[in-house]
Design a protein around this ligand. Structure first.
Ligand code: SF4
Length: 353
């Protein structure tokens, strides 16, 4: 049996309390009061897919906290009963961090949660961008001040790049969070308006910024602010990668290991595909988990995930980089790649110096 870690992303709802303009979920689902039935969750977790291997279950939405304390505690208890060996954690948007979330994170998730952030294109439901930023950092600080390790995954969108490195560096240095990661930025709104898939049901996702712009931005961030981050005890994953260590970017080589469950029972692989209906493998209440796992679509996407890294042939970094995030192409014609070859080259040079 495959001993690689399996990761289950469980959307307890797709409802959200924030309006992200490039969200991967449709506006209809973000405003609908969907709730995941316990029976659907049980069927999903009773699959043999989770047996004989390490498992992490990640509670997601939408925003999972909108379901409330009682419902979240019940979901965690169901998962603990059905899959006692699984670690559990949560991705929250930090917009509203109630005290019960702190308790749940400390007691059920080993004091670990994650969050996502963008420096632009995020609003309250009433359309206020600055209030979103204020509430995000207040919520993030509350988690860290309560002893919760909550890394931020920054969507490095074109607006953030255009604003320059000083603006984001000031936000990072002003917060209590000590771990920051970066992710490529996809324009899901354009995709949802005009979806396009390969024959293997892989979505062709448009990026908001080229790889060369992203890695140039990160290079500048490190040269101008890297020392200040170190002094403040702030870890920036992309700056502290090491040759030979596995790529710490999100969603690397994931199609065979990830399953995402929606509140209506539909299942896909990558959580970013939660509303990309052509990627759906089936419904736990209709086809059942065995058929979902055997689905030709799943097999085709696993094969496509392997073929995706053909441009990496001959790259000296392939054994640890693994081609960068699975949901975007390896190259975009900009001269850089999803895995950040320039960064790896620099790391290799400094490790040989
Ligand atoms: S650095 Fe780029 S080319 Fe090399 S393995 Fe990573 S993604 Fe592929």
């Amino acid at each position: 049996m495959d001993a690689k870690e399996a990761v289950g992303f469980i959307n307890v709802t797709r409802q959200c309390n924030v309006d992200c303009k490039r969200c991967y979920l449709t506006e209809d689902h973000r405003s609908a009061m969907e709730r995941l039935p316990h029976h659907t969750l049980e069927v999903f977790l009773e699959s043999m897919f989770w047996q004989g291997r390490p498992v992490t279950l990640i509670w997601e939405g939408g925003e999972p906290t909108v379901v409330g304390r009682v419902a979240m505690n019940e979901y965690c208890a169901v998962a603990r009963r059905v899959l006692p060996h699984a670690d559990q954690t949560m991705v929250t948007n930090c917009f509203h961090v109630p005290n019960w979330l702190i308790d749940l994170t400390l007691h059920e998730f080993g004091g670990r949660a994650e969050t996502t952030y963008a420096h632009a294109q995020k609003y309250t439901l009433a359309g206020d961008a600055s209030l979103y930023q204020k509430r995000f950092f207040a919520g993030l600080d509350k988690l860290w001040n309560s002893g919760i390790h909550c890394p931020v995954n920054v969507e490095l969108n074109i607006e953030t790049i255009r604003a320059g490195v000083d603006s984001l560096a000031a936000a990072i240095l002003g917060s209590q969070c000590r771990v920051w990661e970066f992710d490529v930025s996809v324009d899901f709104r354009s995709f949802l308006n005009q979806p396009s898939y390969t024959a293997a049901s892989v979505p062709q996702l448009p990026l908001t910024a080229s790889y060369s712009a992203i890695w140039a931005y990160l290079n500048e961030m490190e040269s101008r602010w890297g020392a200040a981050f170190l002094d403040a005890g702030i870890t920036i994953g992309a700056f502290q990668q090491q040759i030979g260590q596995l790529n710490n970017q999100f969603n690397v080589a994931c199609e065979s290991r990830f399953l995402t469950l929606n509140p209506d029972g539909t299942v896909t692989t990558n959580p970013l595909y939660s509303d990309l209906s052509a990627t759906f493998l089936g419904n736990v209440g209709v086809e059942g988990m065995d058929e979902i796992l055997r689905s030709p679509k799943r097999k085709a996407r696993i094969i496509a995930d392997r073929k995706r890294i053909s441009p990496c042939q001959g790259c000296e970094h392939i054994s640890y980089c693994k081609g960068g995030p699975s949901h975007v192409p390896v190259t975009d014609g900009s001269g850089e790649c999803a895995g950040g070859r320039g960064m790896w080259n620099q790391l290799l040079e400094s490790s040989c110096a």
